[in-house]
Design a protein around this ligand. Structure first.
Ligand code: NAD
Ligand code: ZN
Length: 360
C-alpha cells in the first residue's frame, strides 16, 4: 500500500492507494469506537457497494447502505436532509463513521452530512472516479449546491481515511475518465514535470486503465494535492494553484449550462487559454504551450472549441468568486512543473486567448 499523510490543525487524513485495495479493505480498516456506520453510495455503484459493505462487516463494522440517485442534482440540501434523517432514524452515534462510496458528487454530499450530523462524525472517503481519486476526496471541502449556484453551502471536514483503489476506474464512462485526466495533466503542469513526462511515456497503459500505471499516477497527484492543502488548507494563497485552468474552465462550464462540457473538458480548454496568456505575457515559451496541448489531445481532451460566445465567457469569469478589484487573476505556467498564481491580466490579453481557444 502507498500511504500519504495529510496533517492539518485539528486532525488530518491518511490516504491509502493500491490497485485491488477494495477487496482487502478489512485488512486496512482501523477499528472505530462504534460498531455501526453508514455507507452513502452513488446509485451507479449499487452492486459494488454490496462488496464494500461485506468487507466492512469483516472488519467488524455493520455498515448501513444509503443509495442516492447518480448525478449532480443529488448534491442538494434536500438529499442531505433525507440522509441526515436516515442516520437519525437508525440512531447512529457520534462515533459512527460515515463512508462515501462514489465520485466527487457523493464525496461532497456525504462529507457535508458527516460534518453536520451531531456536529460532526468520523468520515471516510472511498473515491470511485479519477477526479475524486486525484482531487475531490482530498482536502476536506464538503458541499451541496443551491439553485443559485454550485457549492454555495459547505464545510471543511477532513476525512480520517481515504481508501483509493484505481482498479474501480475500469467501469468509469470514458468521458468521465478523460475528464479526470485533465486534472492529472494539470498536476503535472503546476507542480511535477516528472509526472508530466511519466504520463507522456505511459500513455498507452494509462489510456488502457492499467491499474499499476494508474496507481503511480494517482499516488503522485494525490501527494501534490495533499501537500498543497497541508500548506494552505483554507485557500489563503498557495491552494489557488490547484485552480489552474479553472478560471476560464468554470466560465465555459457555466456558459454551456453545465451539461455541454464536462468539468474536465472545460478545464482542458481553460489550461489552453492560461498557457496562451502566459506565452503572450512572456512568462512561458511556445514549447510549453505545445507540450501541454499535445498531451491534452493525446488524453482525448478538447483543446479548441469552435463558436463559444467569448462575451458570455468573460461575463461568467467576472462572476467568479475569485475576482478581486475587477481585475481577472490567473494561475499561469512558467514551464511544465511550475506556475505562478494571482497574476492580474488585462482584459485584452484574456480576450486574445479566448479568441485562440474558443474560436476557429
Ligand atoms: N471537494 C472538492 O475538493 C472537490 C473537488 C473537485 C470536484 N468536486 C465535486 O466533485 C463533483 C464531480 O465529481 P465526479 O466527476 O467524480 O462526478 P460524479 O461523482 O457525479 O461521478 C460521475 C459519474 O460517474 C459515475 N461513477 C462513479 N464511479 C463510477 C465507477 N467506478 N464506474 C462507473 N461509473 C461510476 C457516477 O454515477 C456519475 O454518473 C462535483 O460535484 C464537484 O463540485 C469537489
Ligand atoms: Zn477541477
Amino acid at each position: 500500500v502507498r500511504e500519504i499523510t495529510l496533517k492539518v490543525a485539528g486532525g488530518g487524513s491518511r490516504i491509502l492507494i493500491e490497485a485491488g485495495l477494495l477487496s482487502r479493505l478489512h485488512e486496512v480498516l482501523p477499528r472505530f469506537e462504534s460498531a455501526r456506520g453508514a455507507v452513502i453510495v452513488d446509485g451507479h455503484l449499487r452492486r459494488a457497494a454490496g462488496r464494500v459493505v461485506k468487507e466492512l462487516g469483516e472488519a467488524g463494522l455493520v455498515a448501513l447502505p444509503f443509495v442516492v440517485p447518480p448525478g449532480e442534482r443529488s448534491k442538494s440540501l434536500s438529499t442531505a436532509e433525507k440522509l441526515l434523517r436516515g442516520l437519525a432514524r437508525e440512531r447512529l452515534e457520534r462515533a459512527s463513521p460515515v463512508f462515501a462510496f462514489g465520485g466527487g458528487m457523493v464525496g461532497d454530499l456525504a462529507g457535508f452530512v458527516a460534518s453536520t450530523y451531531l456536529r460532526g462524525v468520523p468520515f471516510v472517503q472511498i473515491p470511485t472516479t479519477l477526479l475524486a481519486q486525484v482531487d475531490a476526496s482530498i482536502g476536506g471541502k464538503t458541499a451541496v449546491n443551491l439553485p443559485e449556484g454550485k457549492n454555495l453551502v459547505g464545510t471543511f471536514h477532513q476525512p480520517r481515511l481515504v481508501l483509493t483503489d484505481p482498479a474501480v476506474l475500469e467501469t468509469l464512462p470514458s468521458r468521465d475518465y478523460a475528464g479526470g485526466l485533465a486534472e492529472v495533466v494539470k498536476y503535472g503542469v503546476i507542480a511535477d514535470a516528472e509526472l508530466f513526462a511519466f504520463i507522456d511515456r505511459s500513455l498507452k497503459a494509462i489510456l488502457g486503465r492499467d491499474p499499476r500505471a494508474l496507481e503511480e499516477v494517482v499516488y503522485r497527484c494525490a501527494s501534490i494535492k495533499a501537500e498543497v492543502v497541508q500548506k494552505d488548507e483554507r485557500e489563503g494563497g498557495l491552494r489557488a494553484i490547484l485552480n489552474y485552468g479553472h478560471t476560464v474552465g468554470h466560465a465555459i462550464e457555466a456558459v454551456g449550462d453545465f451539461h455541454r462540457w464536462h468539468h474536465g473538458e472545460a478545464v482542458a480548454l481553460g489550461m489552453e487559454a492560461a498557457a496562451f496568456i502566459a506565452m503572450r505575457l512572456g512568462l512561458a515559451s511556445v514549447e510549453t504551450l505545445a507540450a501541454q496541448n499535445r498531451l491534452l489531445k493525446a488524453c482525448g481532451l478538447p483543446t479548441r472549441a469552435a463558436g463559444l460566445p467569448r462575451r458570455d465567457i468573460l461575463r461568467a469569469m467576472r462572476h467568479d468568486k475569485k475576482v478581486k478589484n475587477g481585475r481577472l487573476r490567473f494561475v499561469l505556467p512558467e514551464r511544465i512543473g511550475r506556475v505562478r498564481h494571482g497574476v492580474e491580466v488585462e482584459d485584452e490579453v484574456v480576450e486574445a486567448a479566448l479568441r485562440a481557444v474558443v474560436s476557429r
